[in-house]
Design a protein. Structure first.
Length: 548
């Protein structure tokens, strides 16, 4: 493709308005010289952002489906992009500078990372490893990707390993399940080895000043809009018209449905010669559903959405496009449930600060390690939303085992209303239900939330630009990105940069994946942590007062 044609005439369509697509559009403009007016983002929902969402209001309740933890040392592509994106809330600063400044002011150091059934703070100075645990962990980190293959984490560890402090800390920080991919766990150990020695306090976690939709998505969207990028909402892409030309797969058209006057109108967008298409294949928050204080969320499946069906259709007969069924037909292995709580008084927050020893925004996760649901809660820095008035507080939580009956509520988490989830929290903390007298808890069921962690074989994930493809790139958590880890904003941004650079032939270096697993200093700190001894459980002041 000639360079003058790319700069002047090429049109590009991004299917899906997630962070990856927005980043891809920015790379096309900033590094590829493509005019913003030539770029269109097709999004089924009325908002962009994908899984980096955040919405609601004080009366109806705020909602964030997930909370993505950031990391300053390892988000190489993300920070390189957001250094060029102006903040919407900190005049004169880039988004990156604003986040850096915020994390300098609001330091994370969790003082109640794990809480046991006696409502005691677990001593997390020790990882709780036996000699066998250390040997098995070392064996995993030294294994090659070929050796790990499509094995599960349980294939590499004895049952006792899953009762160690380390497993509770690591699995709830990153949302791993014992049946997830051993390869993915190894990649995480490599990528975040520099966090191993402080996983007990989460001091390496970086936060955005507000929820990630308002802190990341809106500034990036605003930057794109100022450059003429078009966003078409309510546009559901159902298929791609792909032809063979000179042995290459070429997208010739985009089949979609647009909502108009309550009805869906089918259309075909022509993709001209030399034009480009970038698609978000798969989605971890596809088919999410919300409940309420009086209603449990529904369990949906891929037929209730469009993303997985689209990937399945275009991958049929094209193995180079990956194997979506490996990820979208195993809901029982990928589902978990989150919840967002809006508080109109300080009763819970005051009790939680007393119990944990952390002010809002400084404690990261509090995990109830003996919870049947393996439930964790996060009290974010306040306000968490720009529309959040003074006196209103928001916190978020999740349970990794929604199919299990609660410890205090005799129902599966998946069958619980928001009211019942709050009752379970009170049980684990020993709080009176009156702390939630002015609370609104909105549960969210996410059937595919850790589908990218599922065991996979080579070829299940396509390359960002598959072999034999002329004008189609994939951007998502389900593409092959060497050495990087899924379930991160960084993965989406890096995949977008790889796809855009390759298709446009941009001769610029993409930031390398940091290899802290090769640092002698980090290895020494990790080894010391693995052998560190603890002091035993600690009772919070609130627990001591309650028992007295």
């Amino acid at each position: 493709m000639a360079r003058d044609k790319i700069e002047g005439n090429v049109k590009a369509w991004f299917i899906g308005g997630g962070v990856g697509s927005l980043a891809g559009a920015a790379f096309m403009i900033r590094d590829g010289g493509i005019p913003g007016k030539n770029i269109t983002v097709l999004e089924e929902l009325p908002v962009n952002g994908g899984s980096c969402d955040g919405g609601g209001d004080p009366d109806g309740g705020f909602v964030v489906r997930g909370g993505r933890m950031m990391n300053l040392p390892t988000y190489e592509c993300t920070w390189a992009l957001f250094k060029d994106i102006p903040s919407l809330t900190a005049p004169g600063m880039s988004v990156y500078e604003e986040i850096l400044d915020f994390n300098e002011r609001v330091k994370t150091r969790a003082k109640a990372r794990l809480v046991n059934r006696q409502r005691e703070k677990v001593d997390v100075e020790t990882m709780g490893f036996s000699f066998r645990d250390r040997v098995e962990l070392l064996r995993l980190t030294k294994a090659s990707e070929e050796e790990l293959g499509d094995t599960k984490i349980t294939d590499w560890f004895s049952p006792d390993f899953f009762q160690t402090n380390f497993w509770y800390l690591w699995s709830t920080t990153f949302a791993f399940q014992p049946w997830h991919s051993a390869l993915e766990l190894k990649l995480y150990m490599d990528r975040f080895l520099h966090e191993f020695y402080r996983i007990n306090t989460l001091e390496g976690v970086a936060r955005t000043p507000l929820n990630q939709y308002e802190s990341l998505v809106l500034p990036l969207q605003n930057w794109l809009e100022q450059r003429g990028v078009r966003f078409e909402y309510g546009c559901r892409v159902t298929d791609l018209d792909i032809a063979k030309e000179d042995g290459l797969n070429v997208v010739k058209g985009i089949v979609c449905e647009r909502k108009s006057a309550g009805a869906a109108k089918r259309e075909r967008i022509t993709v001209g010669d030399g034009d480009l298409v970038f698609m978000q294949n798969g989605s971890m928050t596809e088919c999410s559903s919300l409940g309420s204080m009086k209603r449990a969320p529904k369990m949906l499946g891929k037929d209730d959405g469009s993303c997985w069906g689209l990937w399945e259709r275009i991958a049929e007969g094209r193995p180079e496009f990956g194997n979506p069924r490996n990820f979208d037909e195993r809901i029982s292995e990928s589902v978990w449930e989150s919840f967002t709580v809006t508080l109109k008084d300080n009763a819970f927050v005051d009790k939680m600060v007393e119990f944990s020893g952390n002010k809002p925004g400084t404690g990261a996760l509090v995990t109830f390690k003996d919870s049947n649901w393996l439930m964790s809660v996060v009290l974010a820095y306040q306000p968490h939303f720009r529309k959040q008035p003074e006196g209103v507080k928001v916190f978020w939580g999740y349970g990794l085992f929604p199919d299990r009956v609660g410890n205090f509520v005799p129902k599966k988490m998946s069958d619980c209303t928001g009211e019942e989830i709050l009752a379970e929290i009170c049980g684990h903390l020993g709080f009176e239900p009156t702390v939630f007298a002015e609370a609104n808890c909105i549960p969210c069921m996410m059937p595919y939330i850790t589908s990218m962690f599922l065991t996979r074989a080579k070829g299940d994930r396509p390359l960002p630009v598959p072999a034999g493809t002329k004008n189609l790139g994939f951007i998502s958590q389900f593409v092959e990105v060497p050495k990087d880890v899924v379930f991160t904003v960084e993965f989406s941004v890096r995949a977008a940069q790889m796809a855009v650079y390759q298709i446009l032939g941009i001769d610029k270096k993409i930031p390398e994946v940091s290899r802290y697993d090769r640092s002698l200093k980090i290895m020494r700190l990790s080894l010391r942590t693995a052998y560190r001894r603890g002091r035993g459980p600690r009772r919070s002041k609130a627990t001591e007062h309650m028992e007295a």
